[in-house]
Ligand binder design. Structure first.
Ligand SMILES: O=C1O[C@H](COP(=O)(O)O)[C@@H](O)[C@H](O)[C@H]1O
Length: 243
């Protein structure tokens, strides 16, 4: 396991400013090395200000390929849609080719078929060498108060999937689509954004590695992780590296 980098910020504004800088730095580095930047987005509320900030950034958008880390199984124009949120706050405000935006499909009667389609899209765009797992440059993740990340929920079958890039998650019996643990762990950079006092308990177990990974699924993410925490979430976290 790689040792996670942890940064604690006094306010959501400070955390957001650092997240914008990090995303743009990773994009510039990837574009300069490989001519392209591949990113998977988180949903929920925490990343909204980041997306609003990125909407004003000056970067070669045509060299970005945008994916999602998870999706609620609703149409993209539904208020719960992670794709819909990122479109409204960021993507509809920038000059990026539509072909570079890859929302998770939610129009199949069977979510497993939608997961297969998204896996094929990832394989096609990322074109890994034969026999290797493809890597995204950056995956943005959040964490729920129950320790879930992406749509990897506690004690669900999705946590065990090791032979796919995308699978069907389960939020209280409702299907979700989610990237899998091995695919997330393969990313060149994984940025967790976690805010709010209601996440303290899960965070303490996850970062001190005293929890059970099936109870706190974010523990399964052991790749090149950086955690950006606000002060409220970070209260009680054992190893602090303040900024
Ligand atoms: O349902 C979800 O929740 C998590 C956490 O959201 P947050 O607003 O508490 O940060 C999010 O990362 C995930 O993408 C989303 O589908």
């Amino acid at each position: 396991m790689n040792t996670p980098r942890i940064q604690i910020f006094p306010t959501l504004q400070a955390l957001t400013a650092a997240a914008i800088d990090t995303v743009l730095e990773q994009a510039a580095a990837a574009i300069s090395k490989r001519g392209c930047f591949t990113i998977a987005l988180a949903g929920g509320n925490t990343p909204k200000p980041l997306y609003e900030g990125l909407a004003k950034a000056n970067t070669p958008w045509a060299q970005w390929q945008i994916f999602w880390g998870d999706e609620r199984y609703v149409p993209h124009d539904h208020p719960d849609s992670n794709a819909g949120m990122a479109m409204a706050t960021w993507l509809k405000h920038i000059d990026i080719p539509t072909a570079n935006i890859h929302p998770m499909p939610t129009d199949e009667p069977d979510p497993a078929v939608a997961a297969d389609r998204y896996e094929a899209t990832l394989q096609q765009v990322l074109a890994p060498a034969t026999g290797t797992i493809p890597s995204l440059d950056l995956i943005l993740l959040g964490m729920g108060p129950d320790g879930h990340t992406a749509s990897l929920f506690p004690h669900t079958a999705a946590l065990q999937v090791r032979d796919r890039l995308v699978t069907v998650g389960d939020k209280d019996g409702q299907p979700r689509l989610t990237l899998t643990v091995p695919f997330i762990n393969q990313a060149r950079y994984i940025l967790f954004l976690v805010t709010g006092a209601n996440k303290q308990t899960a965070l303490r177990h996850i970062l001190s590695r005293t929890g059970d990974p099936h109870t706190y699924p974010a523990m399964l993410i052991e790749g090149q992780c950086t955690w950006f925490l606000d002060q409220a979430a970070a209260e009680g976290v054992v190893k602090q590296q303040g900024v």
